[in-house]
Ligand binder design. Structure first.
Ligand SMILES: C[S@@+](CC[C@H](N)C(=O)[O-])C[C@H]1O[C@@H](n2cnc3c(N)ncnc32)[C@H](O)[C@@H]1O
Length: 166
């Protein structure tokens, strides 16, 4: 299974949900997520216009149907997105999501109460002890940003640290 499908399985999108992806890159995780999102909506934010074009091309049908939007911009966004607007947020291989509590706090602000954040990353092998250290760092960052710990998942070199908004 690809890391993108693995991530989509953990996000477990349900029809009607409002999702936020930070740093979507070429839109591969988004493509897997959109397969299960039904009439829900996905908003992506990435600072790269080149990635926005690639992600929109890859997910052209969902964009045309109004189910996905790939925005160009920095996270955290200025001005703030109006919130709370999302049921779930996720990011794959976007370093500031496990290192920068201000960036993670900005995610919490736009999540609905009870909403979840999924921080995914993949390290080059062999990643064993380093993956443990990054998991601990991510848990500290989410805690500092006001998230409740909701579990850690692993698959080979991939890690997912989950937090829930109180
Ligand atoms: C390593 S790539 C990962 C892309 C994709 N998530 C994946 O796993 O294939 C990191 C992406 O995050 C974006 N990014 C990094 N920092 C960002 C920030 N502060 N605001 C918005 N986008 C950011 C980059 O432009 C890039 O597309």
């Amino acid at each position: 299974m690809s890391r993108h499908r693995w991530a989509a399985g953990l996000v477990a999108p349900e029809p009607g949900e409002r999702l936020l992806e930070i740093g979507y890159g070429p839109g591969l995780t988004a493509a897997s997520v959109l397969e299960h999102l039904g009439d829900g909506r996905l908003l992506g934010v990435d600072r790269s216009a080149k990635m926005a074009a690639a992600a929109a091309r890859r997910n052209a049908r969902a964009v045309a149907e109004g189910r996905a939007e790939f925005r160009v911009g920095d996270w955290p966004p200025v001005p703030q997105l109006s919130g709370p607007a999302f049921d779930k947020a996720y990011a794959f291989n976007v370093r500031l999501l496990w290192t920068d509590a201000d960036a993670v706090t900005a995610v919490r602000r736009v999540l609905a109460p009870g909403g979840s954040l999924y921080v995914f990353l993949q390290l080059p092998p062999p990643s064993g002890p380093q993956l443990d250290a990054v998991a601990a760092q991510a848990e500290r960052t989410l805690d500092e940003a006001g998230f409740r710990a909701a579990g850690v998942d692993r698959d080979g070199e991939c890690l997912c640290v989950r937090g829930r908004r109180a």
